[in-house]
Design a protein around this ligand. Structure first.
Ligand code: HEM
Length: 356
């Protein structure tokens, strides 16, 4: 993986790298990926807002609700782990820091995830019209707003990045007045508006955010289902969009998200989220799969309908034929996958110094 600030630097490092490995490896293929404007990803959401913040002295900290800093040992081999919430690590990680040549290395699940943007936009449109026709609470009968509302329910954030938990009914930054100006400025400067990450899931999380949304399932924060364990299952995301930006009616081409999902214990971090929280969601009220990476199949996504009166009532997002169960489509397909070691500089030096 070569990560660079602009295409010219990327090309320069890429050329150097090809020079180093010439004759040692055959290059089977490469993928280039670039940020889209405003830190958006192909479904139109602003991304890169929520990331674990490590307890390492001197690193800047942006408030992220009551989550606090995460022990660096969840991401960096040899660093202290959280004694209050230890999760099991393989025995080889227990080496003492000073004698560990792999100090500060990590692991990642590398993914190439293809996104069907046209299919996603059509689903939003169909579901919005359906919800409006059925007079689902919160839908206004205004096509654009209703479509954004469906998009927000799937993710847990409006496509602007504003979290539903802070603003269940409106997507604009003024809904979070204390951070609106800073968030707008960050988006103008093409940076993720990290200020929009300062929230917790309160008692009312089910009615405001819902129980299926991508960000709730990926990190339940203080929701009852995650309160004691959420901080033990964090991942650090560095995937970015590949392929040209989607234009309605434009040529069909492959596009999606590519890059690493980082954590020292992939089983308890990446795999736990993908399995226990995305696919089955058994721990959650209304345990439907999560809509982006859960399986496609014969179920309808559930929207909370009770906000604020009957907070645990739900109704299906979209049922093309009310006599049958809705069939939830798949918008994201895994095109490539690898579990990788991410060596630290110490580890690279150690490996380079080995005689054979
Ligand atoms: C193409 C596939 C994916 C799409 C379109 C997608 C989209 C998003 C979006 C829009 C956000 C909100 C922005 C933010 O909070 O920074 C988000 C957050 C997040 N996603 Fe994904 N994501 C994808 C894949 C994954 C995968 C494979 C994982 C596996 C662990 C994952 C885990 C997370 C986590 C942990 C968060 C932050 C949640 C939080 O702390 O509140 N995502 N994603």
């Amino acid at each position: 993986m070569v990560q660079a600030v602009d295409p010219a630097s990327r090309q320069a490092v890429d050329a150097a790298l090809r020079g180093f490995i010439q004759g040692a490896f055959d290059i089977a293929g490469t993928d280039d990926a670039d940020d889209l404007p405003q830190s958006r990803i192909h479904f139109g959401y602003i991304d890169g807002i929520a990331q674990p913040q490590l307890a390492i002295e001197g690193l800047p900290y942006t408030p992220d609700g009551s989550q606090g800093k995460i022990a660096a040992g969840a991401f960096l081999w040899g660093q202290p782990r959280n004694p209050a919430k230890p999760f099991p690590l393989p025995p080889w990680t227990s080496q003492v820091a000073n004698s560990n040549p792999f100090m500060n290395s990590s692991f990642c699940a590398f993914r190439k995830l293809s996104q069907d943007v046209a299919g996603f936009e059509k689903f939003l449109d169909d579901a919005a019209q359906d919800a409006s026709r059925r007079k689902v609470p919160g839908f206004k009968g205004e096509r654009d707003y209703d479509k954004e509302r469906v998009a927000a329910k799937l993710c847990g954030r409006w496509r602007t990045g504003v979290p539903l938990q802070e603003s269940p009914d409106r997507p604009d930054y003024e809904a979070m007045p204390q951070v609106a100006a800073a968030a707008r400025e960050a988006v103008r400067a093409a940076k993720p508006p990290k200020q929009l990450n300062d929230f917790d899931y309160g008692e009312d999380y089910f009615a405001k955010t819902g129980s299926n949304s991508h960000i709730l399932r990926a990190n339940p924060r203080s929701a009852p289902e995650g309160a004691d364990i959420a901080s033990a299952h964090r991942v650090m995301r560095r995937a970015i969009p590949y392929g040209p930006q989607y234009q309605p009616g434009g040529p069909e081409t492959d596009r999606g998200l590519i890059g690493p999902f980082i954590g020292l214990d992939l089983a308890d971090q990446f795999e736990f989220i993908m399995g226990a929280w995305f696919v089955t969601g058994a721990a959650f009220t209304a345990p439907n799969p999560e809509p982006f990476l859960g399986p496609a199949g014969d179920f309808s996504l559930q929207f909370p309908t009770g906000y604020p009166a009957t907070p645990r009532a739900t109704c299906p997002v979209y049922q093309p034929d009310p006599t049958k169960k809705g069939r939830h489509p798949q918008f994201i397909t895994t095109k490539g996958s690898a579990y990788l070691f991410l060596p630290s500089i110490t580890a690279l030096n150690h490996l380079a110094g080995l005689s054979s």
